[in-house]
Structures are given as structure tokens and as C-alpha cells.
Ligand binder design. Structure first.
Ligand code: MTE
Ligand code: MO
Length: 260
């Protein structure tokens, strides 16, 4: 089975949480691709790093941020003319289609779980927050890459808007309309190039590229760049999500950590 076929299959399957947990709909034994040999390098976790912060204080952010490398940012002239639309391009989801029909005016992003003040942010709220613009290369594990400029709110700012994380917080779980979900560690959550992007190449993120908001977590392969974001939960364990591996793609045999 080619890897291309494999991810297409993932998208063709109607993934309900129950199916995932019971294991039906499982593909099993997937081939791993470029990202593991070329890009896979486990994160260096130092003892005492996690759970230091009550809220994310300046000091704890510094600790998480020290030694974190930025990926290369490109010149605007290098932007790819026709950035692909890959896999899901328009989630077959009633709520999503309603939000889309209203131009996402009613879209809300709940940030819940191990945060001090759960909040629900509108698109306008996100746009009022600190913003970051970065021109980066997207590397899909299925063998293509393309450069785009992304604008959005740093995930760290969004967590701060929720009053910061609690001492038990270990992972950020993000659900998407259409059934995808992915988990991320705190290093990636507070990485300066980790943004909730609402802008692409100076315009709103187009439908096929994940409107209204998609994640950019720049050190990772394509499948971690979650589109059509629906909700964020801060958790201490990935148990109870899907098949319990911490993300849809790792549920199907890909590396959970897909970064360089
Ligand atoms: N919700 C959702 N997120 C997703 C996907 C998807 O199908 N659904 N595909 C992933 C993969 S494998 C890649 S390469 C990129 C593709 O992003 P693009 O459509 O903007 O090129 O989104 C990632 N995030
Ligand atoms: Mo991908």
C-alpha cells in the first residue's frame, strides 16, 4: 500500500471516536515515510522541565523556549504559486457547513481542560491578539513541499488568554471539524513559530487550506498542521482520545512526534 493511498484511506473512513476506540476502522501497520528518517529526531526533554509553571510565567516560558530552534523563514519571493490543497478540503460536517455559510462569524474556539480560565475565542478575538507572520516551508510526509506565508496568533498567547496552564498540563489536544485531531507537547505549544493561522499569503486562509483557522507547528511534517480547528483541550494524558496514541495519524501508525 502506498503511503499516498494510506492517508487517502484515513480520510475516506468515517472516523468516530467509538470506532477509533474499539479499533474498527483501523488500517494498521502503515509504512512510515520521509519524516521519520529525514526529519524525525526525538525532543530533548530535561528533567524538571514539564509542570514547572503554575501559569506560564516568563521564567517558565524561558525554560521551555531555551534551546528551541526556529525553522528557516523564507523571502516572500519564494512563496509557492499554487500551494496544494491536500486530503480534506471541505469537511463533511453539519456544524462546519453552517459556520462556513455564515462566513465563520459564529465560529468559536473553546480552550478548556487544564487551564486557569477556560475561554471561547471568536475569530475577531484571535485577530486582536498578538500576531505573527512567517513564511515557511510545508513538508508533507507524502513527498511534496511548498512555501507559504502564514499569519496568526501564537498558541502561547492563546493559552495565556485562558489564564495559563496548570501544573498537570502535559499535552495540547486539538480537534478539527471533519474528525481529525492531533496532540502536541508543551515545547511545541510555546514555540514562537507555533501559531493558529487565520491568514495565508496576506488573505484569509482559503477553505481547502483549513478555514477559518489552521495550526502551523513549523518543525513538524504536514500531517501535524491541523486544518479546520474546532477546539483545544489542555490535558495531562492522551488517554481517551481516539485509540490513545495522542493523535489521529499516530493512531494509524505514523510517528506522534513528526518534528525535526
Ligand atoms: N483537519 C485536517 N487537517 C489536516 C489534514 C486533513 O486532511 N484534515 N491533512 C494534513 C496533511 S497530511 C497535510 S500535508 C496538510 C495539507 O495542508 P494543505 O491542504 O493546506 O496543503 O494538512 C494536514 N492537516
Ligand atoms: Mo501531509
Amino acid at each position: 500500500m502506498s503511503t499516498k493511498k494510506t492517508l487517502q484511506n484515513i480520510n475516506e473512513i468515517k472516523l468516530t471516536r467509538r470506532q477509533l476506540m474499539s479499533g474498527s476502522g483501523a488500517l494498521g501497520g502503515l509504512l512510515l515515510t520521509g519524516c521519520d528518517t529525514q526529519f524525525y529526531k526525538p525532543p530533548v526533554i530535561r528533567e524538571g522541565f514539564m509542570g514547572v509553571a503554575d501559569v506560564m510565567t516568563m521564567a517558565s516560558q524561558r525554560m521551555l523556549l531555551s534551546n528551541q530552534q526556529l525553522v528557516q523563514e523564507h523571502d516572500a519571493s519564494e512563496i509557492t504559486k499554487n500551494f496544494p490543497v491536500w486530503n480534506q478540503s471541505n469537511p463533511d460536517d453539519e456544524e462546519y457547513q453552517r459556520l462556513r455559510a455564515g462566513n465563520y462569524a459564529d465560529w468559536r474556539l473553546p480552550i478548556t481542560g487544564l487551564v486557569n480560565n477556560p475561554v471561547s475565542l471568536s475569530l475577531e478575538d484571535l485577530k486582536r491578539m498578538p500576531r505573527r507572520t512567517q513564511t515557511t516551508m510545508h513538508i508533507c510526509e507524502q513527498g511534496w513541499s511548498a512555501i507559504a506565508q502564514w499569519t496568526g496568533a501564537p498558541l502561547m498567547s492563546v493559552l495565556e488568554a485562558a489564564g495559563g496552564i496548570t501544573t498537570e498540563a502535559k499535552y495540547i489536544m486539538i480537534d478539527a471539524y471533519g474528525g481529525w485531531y492531533e496532540g502536541y507537547d508543551m515545547f511545541d505549544a510555546v514555540h514562537p513559530q507555533t501559531i493558529l493561522a487565520y491568514g495565508m499569503n496576506g488573505k484569509d486562509v482559503p477553505l481547502g487550506n483549513g478555514a477559518p483557522v489552521r495550526l502551523r507547528v513549523e518543525r513538524h511534517c504536514g500531517y501535524k498542521q491541523l486544518k479546520f480547528i474546532k477546539s483545544i483541550q489542555v490535558v495531562s494524558s492522551v488517554e481517551g482520545f481516539g485509540r490513545g496514541t495522542g493523535g489521529l495519524n499516530s493512531d494509524f501508525g505514523f510517528h506522534w512526534y513528526a518534528g525535526a
